[in-house]
Design a protein around this ligand. Sequence first.
Ligand SMILES: [Cu+2]
Length: 148
Amino acid sequence: MRQFSPVLAAFSLLASCNAAPDAAVTDASVRLPAVKGNPGAAYFTLHGGEKDRTLVKITSPVVGSAEMHDMKTENGMAMMVPIEGGLPVPKGATISFQSGGKHVMLYDLKPDLKAGDAIALTFEFADGSKETASAKAIAAGGEGEHSH
Ligand SMILES: [Cu+2]
C-alpha cells in the first residue's frame, strides 16, 4: 500500500523556501472582500536585499489600483494612513505587512477571484527594479480577517 508522507512534503517545502534567501517578497496573501466591489488587502513579508531600496508601487493584472497603508492609533482609535512617498526597505531589513499593521489596499479587484486563486503582485522599487510574487487569495472572514 502506497502512503503519502505529509512530514516529508512539509520538510521539502521549508527547504525550498530557504533556498531562495534573496527573494524580496515572501508569504504573500490577498484577503478578498466580503462584499464584491469593496477593496481587498494584500499581506506579505518584504526582505531588504544587498542595498537600501524604496518600494514605490504595487501592481497586479487583476487589481485596478493598489495603495500602501499603515495603521496608527489616534485617541484610542485605530486608523489607516497612506504610506506617502514610498516605503524605505533598508538593506537586510524584514518588514511585515500583516492584518492590523501595514497592508496594501487593493481596489477594483476582478469580481471572479475566489479563495485559493494565485494572484500575481508586482513590486516596483525606486531604482527601477521589480519583483513579482504569487499571492494566495483568502476568503473574507478567513485567516487574518479578525483584527483588521
Ligand atoms: Cu487600508
